[in-house]
Design a protein around this ligand. Structure first.
Ligand code: 3HC
Length: 286
């Protein structure tokens, strides 16, 4: 398969990441079908895609015509049976390995034999998902970053079974979306989260130990390292529940203390302080 053969992209999950992936694919002229588990979630996700495209129009990034055309290329569904003619499917469902393995089994039965199946997982083992299919060489990770339309990077995650042709097509696909591509190994956290998680966790340990304030930590990183957000603001943005889940998954896999979530993070998650989405994390967003 060549990237020019990709006409229809399937996206499973219409949350922040799935919606963002659908949006950038449609804006790059692919036909997109996006699946959700319920009509409510699908409607909510489609409204978010429309709002994000409208923001891009307001920011002068795209014209109103491009927005209308992109929306016209995205079709929502509750049924994966419509994914049969997709050349590429990207799943972006909840970070649950058993759920993802089941989904890969299902997609393998539905999708055309030459279709590439990808996961947007941020930390889970991709070969475990690939092993559920009869096409392990056509399975890989396409790890996008939030907010998908604004972030330049796409991590392509190559498992020990991913074929060279799949990798080549995936790279060209990422570039066709305007992303810069890096190839990462199928190890816990790939490249970015492998570095980001110890950074988050060390910042949280500094707060936990009372040695520095959250404001000083974030200011230091923003002004001293030129990051757009400090680690605590960014952890709130990613979601403290998500960050905690990723760290725990990485710790479980590697038994390396650098990835063990600090007690403070676990307590904040237990208290429902999930960051920006719950309006409370290291900062208040009320
Ligand atoms: N959609 C499209 N474009 C957007 C956008 C959106 N939702 N939000 C911001 N942008 C664009 C703007 O148009 C602008 O582009 P320009 O510089 O070319 O004009 C640029 O992003 C910066 O926007 P602003 O100047 O308005 O500044 P903001 O403060 O609003 O920027 C931000 C928001 C882009 C989120 C910025 O703060 C940032 O880059 N933060 C860090 C985000 C990050 O690190 N994300 C990765 C998280 S880790 C992850 O996702 C992996 C997972 O596995 C955990």
């Amino acid at each position: 398969m060549e990237v020019s053969d990709i006409k229809k992209v399937g996206v499973v999950g219409c949350g922040i990441m799935g919606g963002g992936i659908a949006e950038v694919a449609a804006a790059a002229n692919y036909d997109v079908i996006i699946a959700e588990a319920s009509q409510d979630l699908l409607d909510k996700g489609m409204r978010a895609i429309e709002a994000s495209l409208a923001l891009s129009v307001r920011r002068g990034k795209i014209t109103d015509d491009v927005k209308t055309a992109a929306l016209g290329r995205i079709r929502g569904t509750l049924d994966l049976k419509y994914f049969g003619d997709c050349e590429l499917v990207i799943e972006a469902v909840t970070e649950n390995l058993e759920l993802k393995k089941k989904l890969f089994r299902e997609l393998d039965g539905i999708c055309r034999p030459d279709a590439i199946l990808a996961t947007n997982t941020s930390c889970l083992s991709i070969i475990d998902m690939a092993a559920q299919t009869s096409r392990t060489e056509q399975v890989l990770g396409l790890h996008f970053f939030n907010p998908v339309p604004a972030m330049k990077l796409l991590e392509i995650v190559k498992t020990i079974a991913t074929g060279d042709e799949t990798l080549r097509v995936a790279r060209a696909f990422g570039e066709s979306l305007g992303k810069a591509v890096v190839v990462a190994p199928d190890i816990p956290g790939f490249i970015v989260n492998r570095l980001l998680m110890p950074f988050f966790l060390e910042a949280i340990r500094l707060v936990e130990s009372g040695q520095a304030t959250r404001e000083d930590i974030d200011r230091a990183v923003m002004l001293g390292l030129n990051h757009p957000m400090g680690p605590l603001k960014l952890a709130d943005f990613v979601g403290l529940d998500t960050a905690c889940f990723i760290a725990e998954a990485m710790y479980d896999e590697m038994k390396d203390d650098r990835f063990a979530p600090p007690v403070l993070l676990k307590k904040m998650v237990a208290a429902g302080r999930h960051g920006r989405k719950s309006k409370k994390g290291f900062y208040d967003y009320g």
